[in-house]
Design a binder for this molecule. Structure first.
Ligand SMILES: Cc1cc2nc3c(=O)[nH]c(=O)nc-3n(C[C@H](O)[C@H](O)[C@H](O)COP(=O)(O)O)c2cc1C
Length: 329
């Protein structure tokens, strides 16, 4: 088994078995909506529909990138992609580095079910692979967009980590110019600040996933793998709500709120703070492990119900109105 393939398997195992959650919160508990005792709305007519990067979705949700490149990943990706397609939301595969190293692993990522599928590659890998190679990895799985992940903390903690990050922004700029699908730059749990958001927008990124602090800690995951200083950095980064506020003040491209998002009410708050999409990783992986695609669908439906309930109680009949809903000072 290749090193990358082995690492991807360990990440899933550690994320499921160990306590890899941050102790810090995602910051959304501080945001409260003004409650309307008289909604004057029909709950059944509330619409969650939206369009993201030119594609229609039934709800503004996304299962963010986790896996691919190992045997177990094929089942995980296929079951989660199926559930997301049936519920009309975005699904993203994990880093495609393993299939760039070994083409035979393509099948563990090629899970397109007619819905919105995102590919994934580490920003650091852009120093090694040309835009043409990345384009072919995208074409191989018929992805609608590419997520480029920024994970400097994880790389610094990882035993085998890549730590010379000079020139990465320039590589992102070149990729954005040459790729045929939209590029979404994402963090993996430490958040994107306003300054970096502006740099990524200028580089040509079409959207950002702020993936902030408050959920899965990559530093904790790597701590369990290597025993290095990961636990010291468990709570490093910008809470997701803060990252979202900074990015939404800094850029005009659409934003995805992820990082410790655990229900549809938090999704409602994220949309109110400027997100177009709310996403999560770990909770959907846990659901898939517990009960396959049926359990993933159940969790998506639960988020839809919670988001709709928040909209009902804030007199918001669609997401445009939710964006203007009143908050408690
Ligand atoms: C098991 C696991 C594997 C992940 N692998 C990737 C990856 O390959 N590429 C990536 O961009 N993000 C990866 N992530 C990060 C998530 O996409 C997300 O940004 C982060 O976990 C925060 O979301 P959460 O708190 O809901 O888990 C992974 C997350 C988990 C839990």
């Amino acid at each position: 088994m290749q090193e990358t393939e082995k690492r991807k398997m360990e990440h899933v195992e550690v994320a499921l078995k160990e306590d890899v959650h941050t102790t810090a919160s995602n910051g959304f508990e501080k945001i409260r909506f003004l409650h309307y005792a008289l909604p004057e709305l029909d709950y059944s007519k509330i619409s969650l529909e939206t369009t993201f990067l030119g594609k229609k979705l039934s709800a503004p949700f996304m299962v963010t990138g986790m896996t691919g490149g190992c045997t177990e990943a094929e089942k995980i990706n296929s079951e989660m992609a199926g559930a997301c397609a049936e519920e009309g939301i975005i699904f993203a595969v994990g880093s495609q580095r393993a299939m760039l190293e070994d083409k035979s692993l393509k099948k563990t990522y090629a899970v397109k079910k007619g819905a919105f599928l995102c590919g994934n590659i580490g920003a650091y890998q852009l120093k090694k692979y040309s835009p043409k190679q990345i384009q072919s990895a995208i074409d191989d799985i018929r992805a609608d967009a590419l997520c480029v992940h920024l994970n400097p903390l994880q790389e610094a903690i990882q035993k085998e980590g890549d730590t010379d990050w000079t020139g990465v922004l320039e590589k992102i700029t070149i990729l954005c110019r040459e790729l045929s699908v939209p590029v979404v730059a994402k963090e993996v749990g430490s958040g994107i600040n306003g300054e970096v958001a502006r740099e990524l927008e200028k580089a040509g990124c079409n959207a950002l996933d702020v993936s902030g602090l408050g959920g899965t800690s990559w530093s904790a995951v790597e701590h369990y793998r290597s025993g290095r200083s990961g636990d010291v950095f468990r709570d490093w980064g910008l809470p997701t709500a803060e990252a979202l506020k900074q990015c939404s003040n800094a850029v005009r491209i659409p934003l995805i709120a992820a990082g410790g998002m655990r229900n549809g009410l938090e999704a409602a708050k994220a949309i109110r703070l400027g997100a177009s999409i709310a996403g999560a990783a770990a909770p959907f992986l846990e659901a898939q492990q517990e009960g396959g695609p049926a359990e993933v669908k159940k969790l998506i439906k639960k988020w839809k119900h919670e988001l709709k309930t928040a909209m009902f109680l804030t007199r918001s009949k669609n997401l445009g109105e939710l964006r203007k809903a009143k908050l408690l000072e």
